[in-house]
Each structure stands twice: as structure tokens, then as C-alpha cells.
Design a binder for this molecule. Structure first.
Ligand code: SF4
Length: 408
């Protein structure tokens, strides 16, 4: 990120914070927060049990469920499911378009480059993600729900004009309409949709997604819909899932509710003729879910309470200076650094900014589920030290204190 982008991001975050803060202090949200903290703690404590319950529930709901131990395994399952669809639907394998919606988990496993290497065209359907996709380089997101918050309308007009051969003015509506028309024309060629999930209800065998644009509905209605989500997204019931989604929305965008909350609990079906079950009405004919471990079962529980609102990065002083250099992939800020340890190991967490954190604790104060990120980071630093992963400047200070009794 360059300085202009960081400045634009700070400006957007300031406005966002002004919306989020009063709402999250309201008694209604405080009560919801209390409930969701209990839900998330209990769900992570019972994660193994919930995985087993979810597997059964998905089976009952005619959803194929796979458990992937790591990213490679998840990608292999994903590819196999897509190839099976290509074969069974006689699709032209040289022209496979995949409709995709925002997902940290898909980014975590580098699903897009992997599928592209396998000859597929991935169409991001979220406007912010599509802009980043068109940007092509230096295009990591800066916020979970506002991935392009660091780009001004001037930057975005340039990106869209250059990549789509247009001459649009710097007018948000015109840009939005041009991108929408382009995405919709690509989606007409697509029979496969891949998405993440904000929360998964184990007992109901249902997954929930939150969005404003309506794009996820388009993705979920493709002939084959594949969901890839971390095992930490599981909660016991659908009611719990909705509570998580509502709290996430409040802390992510400062609104009580988003335009859409989709709950999917199986492929499309009807029983409107003599109560006989007929599959494949309007929506997806086949639904599959890949539950990804990728180090989560080894992670400390507090790190998995996260509901992905992104409010910790909005309030983080280090993030406001460093931007998305502080974090790992789409896991941003201090919590992202902590997650990177479990997803990729100590070295990655150091490279993601383990020593950048000031341990100020603002992230915890602004986190809906009170994730103690600074404590996690402090402990991870101790572990990294034991692995010999300290930074040269710190070693110098340590040696100075030993030798001269002063850090200088
Ligand atoms: S750690 Fe907390 S504030 Fe940060 S994204 Fe997760 S839930 Fe939101």
C-alpha cells in the first residue's frame, strides 16, 4: 500500500468508526454481544463435537460434506467437485467460469490462483473484490467487508477504465453499473458458484451468509454451489448463527442488519405436486461444503472466537500506519498475525508483523467477542523467541543492556 492509499483508508475508517461506535454501545447490541460471546466460547470448546453433528445434519439435508485437513486437501476436493460437474454437465472444460463471493477461507488457501492454474476463470462478484481483481497487482484487501477501502474513486475509475477499455468519469454510480453489467454477463456463462460462510449451524446443517449487494444469492443459485469455510465457523443452531451475523454486521458496518442474510440448508427442491419431492427447482442442484481445519484444531481457543467483523483493524494504531502489511493474507491486523501462526507457523507470524504490535489492547476493547489479541501476541512472541525468531534490533538492545546496562 502506498501513502495515498493509507490516507484514503484512514479517512474511510474514521467515517466507519463514527457509525460503529454509537451503535455498539447501545443496550440492544450490548445484550446481543453478551449472548454471542457465550455462543462463540461454547462453540469453540465443543468444536470437535459440532463437526460430527454438522456432518450428520448436512448428510440429512443432501449436502455433501468434506473435511480438509489443510489447504492442499481443500483445493483438491474443490477441483474434484468442479471437474465432476464439468463431466456430468458436459461443460466445455476450456471455458469454465466460476462465480465467487467474498471468502477469507478461499483466500487463505489461495483458491483463485489454483483454479486459474487449472484453466478456470474466476469472477469475483462483490464490487470491492472485483475492483481488486481488476487491479491485478498489489491488490490485497484492507478490511473484511470493505476490501477496497484504500482506493479513491479516482483510483477505481482508472482501474476499471484500464482493465475494461472504458472511459468512465469518476462517478461512483457509473463505475458500479459498468462493473455490474460486466460481472452479470460473465455470470451467464457460469454454472458453478463458490462462497464462504459467516456462520454454520451444526444442528440444522445450514450455513449462513451476510451481504448487501445480493451477489451471494447469484453465486448460491448456480447449478453447483460449493462452500469453503473454517471449522471454527460452526455454532450449534441457526438461531446462534443469526445472532453471530447480526453482531458481526453491527461491528463491521455500523448497521443493525445487512440487506441480505441467506441461509442455505440444501439443494433446491419442491413438493408442490401431490407432495412428491422433486429436486432441482430454481436454486442449486448440488450443494457441497468443505470444512477446513488447516491448523485451527491446534490453535488456542481464544484465537478462534473471532466473528470476522474487522473492527479491530479499524481501531488499530499500527494498522493505520502500516496498512495490510500488518497481517496475513485477508486475516488483517494483530488477530491476523496471531491466526497466521496456526495457519502457517512461527516464521509466517513474524513476517506478518508479530513484533509490530504495540500491545496497546485497543483491538480487544473494540472486539465484539473480546478476543485477547495482545495477550495472544505476547505469548506467541515468547514462543518465537524460543525458536530463535527474534529481530536484529531487539537482539542489539538486549546485548547493550547486558554489556552496558543501557539499551543505547
Ligand atoms: S478479532 Fe474481534 S474485532 Fe477483530 S475481526 Fe475478529 S471479532 Fe472482529
Amino acid at each position: 500500500m502506498n501513502e495515498n492509499e493509507k490516507e484514503a483508508m484512514r479517512h474511510v475508517f474514521k467515517g466507519l468508526n463514527e457509525r460503529i461506535e454509537p451503535l455498539t454501545k447501545s443496550p440492544k447490541i450490548k445484550a446481543l454481544q453478551k449472548r454471542v460471546i457465550d455462543i462463540r466460547k461454547d462453540a469453540i470448546d465443543r468444536n470437535e463435537e459440532l463437526i460430527a453433528i454438522a456432518q450428520e445434519s448436512f448428510k440429512e439435508n443432501d449436502i455433501d460434506c468434506f473435511i480438509a485437513k489443510d489447504g492442499d486437501e481443500a483445493k483438491e476436493i474443490l477441483l474434484e467437485l468442479i471437474n465432476e460437474e464439468i463431466r456430468s454437465s458436459n461443460l466445455n472444460e476450456n471455458e469454465v467460469y466460476i462465480a465467487k463471493s467474498k471468502s477469507n477461507t478461499l483466500r487463505e488457501i489461495d483458491a483463485t490462483p489454483f483454479l486459474e492454474e487449472n484453466g478456470m476463470t474466476i469472477v469475483e462478484t462483490d464490487l470491492g473484490d472485483r475492483i481488486l481483481q481488476l487491479k491485478k497487482t498489489d491488490n490485497s484487501p484492507v478490511h473484511p467487508t470493505g476490501p477496497a477501502s484504500h482506493l479513491t474513486v479516482h483510483d477505481i475509475a482508472n482501474i476499471v477504465n484500464e482493465s475494461m477499455g472504458l472511459q468512465l468519469p469518476e462517478v461512483p454510480r457509473e463505475i458500479m453499473e459498468a462493473v455490474r453489467a460486466d460481472v452479470l454477463s460473465l455470470l451467464e456463462k457460469s454454472f458453478i458458484g463458490i462462497s464462504g460462510s459467516n456462520s454454520i449451524a451444526a444442528e440444522d446443517g445450514a450455513f449462513l451468509t451476510v451481504h448487501n449487494e445480493g451477489n451471494i444469492s447469484l453465486v448460491q443459485n448456480k447449478k453447483l454451489h460449493i462452500v469453503v469455510a473454517g471449522i471454527d465457523k460452526l455454532v450449534p443452531t441457526m438461531e446462534d448463527s443469526v445472532s453471530v451475523a447480526k453482531l458481526e454486521t453491527a461491528f463491521a458496518i455500523g448497521k443493525l442488519v445487512s440487506s441480505y442474510i441467506n441461509i442455505v440448508a440444501g439443494p433446491s427442491k419442491t413438493a408442490d405436486i401431490e407432495k412428491k419431492l422433486l429436486k432441482n427447482m430454481y436454486g442449486a442442484e448440488k450443494v457441497a461444503v468443505i470444512l477446513l481445519d488447516n491448523g485451527r484444531s491446534e490453535a488456542i481457543k481464544e484465537c478462534l472466537w473471532c466473528i470476522g467483523c474487522g473492527n479491530c483493524v479499524v481501531s488499530c494504531s499500527v494498522y493505520s500506519i502500516m496498512g495490510n502489511e500488518f497481517g496475513y493474507h485477508s486475516y488483517l491486523g494483530g488477530h491476523g498475525v496471531a491466526m497466521s501462526k496456526y495457519l502457517q507457523g512461527d516464521k509466517t507470524s513474524v513476517d506478518s508483523g508479530l513484533y509490530m504490535c504495540t500491545l496497546c489492547g485497543m483491538c480487544t476493547e473494540n472486539c465484539p467477542v473480546l478476543t485477547p489479541t495482545y495477550e495472544i501476541i505476547e505469548n506467541l512472541r515468547k514462543q518465537a523467541q524460543k525458536e530463535g525468531l527474534s529481530i536484529d534490533q531487539h537482539k542489539q538492545i538486549r546485548d547493550n543492556i547486558k554489556d552496558k546496562g543501557s539499551p543505547y
